[in-house]
Ligand binder design. Sequence first.
Ligand SMILES: Nc1ncnc2c1ncn2[C@@H]1O[C@H](COP(=O)(O)OP(=O)(O)OP(=O)(O)O)[C@@H](O)[C@H]1O
Ligand SMILES: [Mg+2]
Ligand SMILES: [Zn+2]
Length: 534
Amino acid sequence: MSFLYRVLYRKWRPQTFADVVGQEHITSTLAHEVESGKISHAYLFTGSRGTGKTTCAKILAKAANCLNPVDGNPCNECSVCKGLDDGSILDVIEIDAASNNGVDNIRDLREEANYTPVHTKYRVYIIDEVHMLSIGAFNALLKTLEEPPAHVKFILATTEVHKLPATILSRCQRFDFHRITPENITSRLRYVAECENIDLDEDAALLIARIADGAMRDALSILDRCSGITNHVTTSVVSNAAGLAGKDYLFDLVENINENNPSEVLSLVAKLHNDSCDMERLCSELINHYRNLMIIKTVKNPQKLIVCTDLDLELYKKQAEKTTLFKILSCITKLEECSAMLKSSSNKRTEMEMSVVKLCIPNISSDNTAILERIERLENMLKDGKVVTASKTEVKKEEKPPVSATVEEKKEETPLPPPTPEREHSPAAENTADVDTLFTGWGEVLEKLNVTDKPLTGILGLSSAYIRGEFLLIKCDNPVFSQFIRQGNHANAIKTAVFEVTGKKFRLGIYKSDDKKSNSSDPLADLVNKINNL
Ligand SMILES: Nc1ncnc2c1ncn2[C@@H]1O[C@H](COP(=O)(O)OP(=O)(O)OP(=O)(O)O)[C@@H](O)[C@H]1O
Ligand SMILES: [Mg+2]
Ligand SMILES: [Zn+2]
């Protein structure tokens, strides 16, 4: 008796075709071929990892040689079956092409293949990861596949069939292994758990199945890990063992990205970096997080497509409500770009930081995606019946974008004060413009002016003001206003009052709803204008 612990997936490798789960389209054909004695000289097993390729190759090799096959399955009792199992019969040869990929390896194989097997009917070569063979090795193999000795069978297995030359493909009988459905994985898990006396909750089994993503080996490995922690396997044990839990930082990051809060996002990234979090992993986790949000936004029953606990699903739903599909898609695109850059970047932290800052500040870039994102935000505001307004804090957020050098230059050309409407609507002012937001503190400004500049308050009777970048644009229907503001110290009185209310020095201008925008270079500015005039 061995005291070595055998991992579950090895221990529970199916020994007959009937035991193989979820590949009936393959196992029934193979069993039938064995039964009717029509075994091909070369098979190709393809499909994703952990789905039963090597398992079926072993079963087939045994069944083909078994002295008393049962309905095309190996009996697992006769001397040949037993000899193959315990390694005393060496006529089934497994070759890992990943480590034996040279032309010499295949030449050796061809030499050896000429000898008839000692104990069995067929000498069977199972070549795993066959796509790893070198071109020379493929060519050598091809010769053998063309004229194989009658006593030799080949079973080639690969996850990457597209890497095989067509000449090889055309000489094999091909079987495509499918990802195993969560239902099939669940029932196999429960069977194994029962035999192993593991108390496996039903929803825990399903969660494992979903994490395994079609691979039975992964499912059994997770069960192994869970049962190493406790004998009662619940969803929370699974979520801990599989590393699903403890992802609060992703929710935090995305929440702050949604709130356009770059400073908090950067400090979260800094913290993760200090905790030795790998930036490439963080990026791919973020992509997966956004993918889950995207699924929630688009699919009726998202739980089928998202691998998480019910608790996390609720958190995803809440977070998805607070953002738009467009924002999610554009974040995924930007993160994918970041992920590609990270692979070659020498400063991964900076790369990641740049990326998250971009996510926080869509207005920072003027590419189509960013503009569409801004339009969507405005459209949503419209849909909600909102005029585009901004609270004081929002105003702060909208301060960005760092004015480009050319704009600064233009600003310097034009002396301050007093401001003239023409200057305020110069192209420079246009370019700093981003989104005109109604200045909600205007009432407070008027109250202050009522003390400092009474005549001006009279003229500003029915006025309002908008913020555009660093400009405060006053909208006033009184025809004398534009003259009045250029005289005396009125402009400075307004600036002072605005400074007292906002703590920020704005440049002044006159807001005209119907001017300039027709030749605006920014489609958003037009949209904002329309909204404000509703
Ligand atoms: N269809 C299946 N039914 C039951 N168990 C399976 C099945 N597929 C895989 N397993 C389990 O997973 C383990 C690994 O399977 P196997 O080696 O056959 O996968 P594979 O398809 O060859 O994967 P890889 O591409 O990684 O080589 C098996 O020992 C078995 O425990
Ligand atoms: Mg394999
Ligand atoms: Zn047998």
